[in-house]
Design a protein around this ligand. Structure first.
Ligand code: SAH
Ligand code: SF4
Ligand code: F3S
Length: 449
């Protein structure tokens, strides 16, 4: 008797990992596997893992431990660890969890079928060597039918002293503008309305592609890419992330101001508001330069929303240096800020320094920063009150089935009364009646399209 083979994927970490998971799910479905919401009912479990901070990595081990135990009574269960922990640990992961069948780094996501065939032929497989990333030929199984991720550049060539990403994601590899546009055209045909272009350092897009302009500049840049894809039929909104202050250009801001589909939202991590700390992080800019970027954005697009990431308690950070971060947050007024306490990561320079700060300092600074962020975000949110915002409806409000939810162009989560079966994927004019720090509530005025 044969029964359907069922797979389950749990994804940790950033948007890159989410996009990789959707492609790996597409490959598994093409191989005849069916999705199982519950890992316990799946014959194949894939953990797509993150190692950006120690707590992200530890979470993976606790999930894995449970399924490894199950495998002892169900030898046919296939256990896969993909993503950044897989890349970082490689063979060591097999020693730690011998029940694993496949350990595969992020560069191998599109090769999943190949690798699984080796597993089904009886091997235990580790795929972590650096490779040229294959163009994906299968169809991703996307979580949303309204918004989609599109990778534009893989990897990162920066060497921020705290960060594992270059170790686990490898060197920058840009996809061609034609491949990106083709994927977006397909999405447009399938009814998708919004695309987020993805890269760890998206400003690096095109540097590794051949060709120079007569003026010596790279032939392909993110700005050129935006012009190249902005008229794809059906796609109404384009976003991109993550921007690096070191490479962010005025030309890019101008393109965003000029191209109607590009949303007025910028995600530009600053990490610290102190120049000495920025230098120790090897970020390649000063806080003055960062502020100039924000000023330039607001000169072209006064209402642009700005989000960022910041790290507190980097090795050696003094109280006064931390206060420079608070000052920057106070003065810039972010719409959203992802904050984290510094976590020493294996294979990164800063982890080896002897000026690490105690846990108590980390949690105190994190708390103080988060408190300020909530206050500033609530202030920023007030500007939406009484305004009419265009919301792209993504889903029902999970807490209230009589409401739908979506995002404004500035990326604020917005709820309003309505029926999801009618409104899913629609752009709706919504009058904002309530503003909280990180979300809004309103009422629908008209459906645009
Ligand atoms: N490429 C992006 C971010 C990549 S990682 C950039 O250059 O900004 C996402 C975020 O995780 C980072 O912005 C940083 O704020 C945080 N992060 C990375 N390494 C970290 C570490 N060792 N400890 C704490 N936070 C870290
Ligand atoms: Fe990490 Fe820096 Fe690359 Fe961002 S730019 S992924 S923080 S090394
Ligand atoms: Fe995590 Fe890897 Fe992304 S370490 S943040 S999943 S690039």
């Amino acid at each position: 008797m044969t029964s359907a083979r069922r797979y389950h994927i749990t994804t940790f970490g950033c948007q890159m990992n989410k996009a990789d998971s959707e492609r790996m799910a597409g490959i598994l479905e093409q191989m005849g596997f069916e999705w199982s919401e519950s890992p316990d009912e799946a014959n194949l479990i894939l953990y797509n893992t993150c190692t950006i901070r120690d707590n992200a990595e530890q979470k993976v081990y606790s999930y894995l431990g449970r399924q490894a135990k199950r495998k002892q009574s169900e030898p046919d269960l296939t256990l896969v660890v993909a993503g950044c922990v897989a890349q970082q640990e490689g063979e060591a992961l097999l020693r730690r969890v011998p029940e694993l069948d496949l350990v595969m780094g992020p560069q191998h996501a599109n090769r999943l079928q190949d690798l699984l065939e080796q597993v089904f032929a009886g091997s235990q497989v580790v795929a972590t060597e650096a490779v040229h990333i294959m163009e994906d030929i299968t169809k991703p199984r996307r979580d949303s039918s309204v918004t989609a991720w599109v990778n534009v550049i893989y990897g990162c060539n920066e060497r921020c002293t705290y960060c594992v990403v270059p170790n686990v994601r490898g060197i920058e590899q840009s996809r061609t503008p034609e491949a990106i546009r083709a994927e977006m055209e397909e999405l447009g045909r399938q009814g998708y309305k919004e695309v987020t272009l993805l890269g760890q350092n998206i400003d690096a897009y095109g540097r590794d592609l051949p060709g120079v302009k007569p003026n010596g500049q790279h032939l392909h840049t993110l700005t050129d890419l935006l012009y190249f894809v902005h008229d794809v039929p059906g796609i109404e909104r384009i976003r991109f992330a993550t921007s690096h202050p070191r490479y962010f250009t005025e030309r890019l801001i101008r393109a965003c101001a000029e191209l109607p589909k590009v949303c007025e939202h910028f995600h530009i991590p600053f990490q610290s508001g102190d120049n000495e700390v920025l230098k120790a992080m090897a970020r390649g800019y000063t806080q003055e330069k960062y502020r100039r970027i924000i000023d330039t954005i607001r000169r072209y697009i006064p209402d642009a929303s700005i989000s960022a990431d910041a790290i507190v308690a980097f090795p050696g950070e003094t109280e006064a240096q931390f206060e420079n971060t608070l000052k920057l947050v106070e003065e810039v007024g972010f719409d959203q800020l992802n904050t984290a306490a510094y976590s020493p990561r294996p294979g990164t320079p800063a982890a080896l320094w002897d000026n690490q700060l105690p846990e108590a300092v980390k949690s105190d600074r994190l708390q103080r920063l988060n408190h300020l962020v909530a206050i500033k975000a609530a202030e920023r949110s007030q500007r939406y009150l009484g305004r009419i915002e265009q919301v792209l409806v993504e889903d029902a409000n999970p807490k209230d089935p009589h409401q739908v939810m979506g995002r404004t162009r500035g990326n604020r989560l917005t709820y309003f009364p309505g029926c999801i079966s009618e409104l899913k994927g629609k752009l709706v004019e919504v009058e904002i009646t309530e503003a909280r720090a990180f979300s809004l509530t309103g009422k629908a005025l008209a459906t645009v399209r």
